[in-house]
Design a protein around this ligand. Structure first.
Ligand SMILES: Nc1ncnc2c1ncn2[C@@H]1O[C@H](COP(=O)(O)OP(=O)(O)OP(=O)(O)O)[C@@H](O)[C@H]1O
Ligand SMILES: [Mg+2]
Length: 321
């Protein structure tokens, strides 16, 4: 059974005189125990989509339509994305590592205080002593020294701060962890270490992880499936190998061509043009102004995400017979 089923979600930022269609009619599902990647250029709606999944919907962000079903173990199906319904599951069943989360550690408080605040908000009826022991054994388990609890954030490297946030997100062994750009702003070697930590957590706790990145190469070795987002839509979802071997959407092909490849000394191809303004997105397929193969129908009709094989879906008129 899918852990997460997302049906026709639209989430918009509404300001006085403009509406940004950051997530527009998105449907997909995430299976139990998988690492699912969401990739796409900056501004395509990745963070908005994962915030919506977490139920973190606050003005100016509004849910325009759609529903999300969370099939957590030992609980009735939760059929909503409203904060009220989902927030009691935060940290315990679903954890969220927001973009730039290492910066949320308060610079004038020790890491210990960060964990203490977490206990105050979500203690699950544990005494502080028991909770503190849980934190220490969890840090040990993840290979992090317990003395980091005595440090201030500025005394830790970026990679270590990110590991602290990941340790907090996994403390109560949630069934779903949503990590928004957990490796951006880190050096390549540290990026790999942080990803390995997430994999270790996934292997041991058998939870499901959604990772957002704009660099697909980051996820190529770690994700079982990847969804490609463009201008608020999911344009392609596939099993990772199939996506790299046989990308079907012209945008996915360009994204893959723009990645550096080992041993290839040719100049990298940048994706021509720039993503559209989501306050007034193009008609039809939102990629048509940048697509070399656009036909009349692409300008007029928005393509739906359709399954091409059991593991591969794409939203492109060019693939329709
Ligand atoms: N508070 C806001 N008010 C209005 N528009 C917003 C707000 N936050 C984000 N947006 C817009 O929503 C769209 C999607 O933004 P989002 O942050 O979800 O993209 P992203 O794919 O996560 O980008 P990045 O890779 O840079 O993190 C963008 O056009 C962005 O400018
Ligand atoms: Mg983002």
């Amino acid at each position: 059974m899918s852990l997460l089923e997302i049906y026709e979600i639209s989430a918009y930022y509404v300001h006085n005189n403009s509406t940004t269609k950051a997530v527009d009619n998105v449907s997909f599902s995430v299976e139990e125990n998988e690492i699912f990647g969401i990739a796409g250029e900056s501004g395509c709606g990745k963070s908005t989509l994962v915030k919506t999944i977490y139920g973190f919907i606050e003005p100016p962000l509004y849910l325009d339509k759609g529903k999300i079903i969370y099939n957590f173990k030992d609980s009735n199906e939760i059929n909503s994305v409203t904060k009220k319904n989902i927030s009691s599951n935060w940290w315990k069943k679903i954890s969220y590592i927001p973009q730039g989360s290492m910066n949320v550690l308060n610079p004038v408080r020790r890491i210990k205080k960060f964990f203490r605040n977490l206990w105050k908000a979500h203690s699950m009826n544990l005494s502080y002593e028991k909770y503190y022991n849980l934190v220490i054994s969890h840090l040990h388990h993840l290979g992090l020294p317990a003395d980091i609890l005595e440090y201030y954030p500025h005394q830790l490297s970026g990679g270590m701060k990110q590991r602290v946030v990941i340790a907090a997100a996994s403390l109560f062994h949630p069934e779903l962890i949503v990590a928004d750009e957990p490796t951006s702003a880190l050096d390549v070697g540290v990026q790999l270490d942080v990803l390995r930590l997430l994999i270790k957590i996934q292997n041991e706790y058998k939870n499901t992880i959604i990772i957002v990145a704009h660099d697909m190469s980051v996820m190529a070795n770690f994700c079982s499936r990847i969804a490609i987002m463009y201008a608020g839509n999911i344009v392609e979802v596939a099993e990772t190998k199939a996506l790299f071997k046989n990308p079907l959407h012209p945008y996915t092909k360009l994204l893959i061509d723009s990645l550096p490849k080992i041993g290839d000394i040719r100049e990298l191809k940048a994706i021509p043009g720039s993503p559209p303004d989501l306050t007034s997105p193009p008609s039809g397929c939102k990629f048509h102004p940048r697509c070399h193969f656009a036909k009349n129908i692409c300008i007029k009709e928005e393509p739906n995400l359709k399954k091409i094989t059991i593991d591969h879906a794409v939203a492109c008129h060019l693939l329709e017979r």
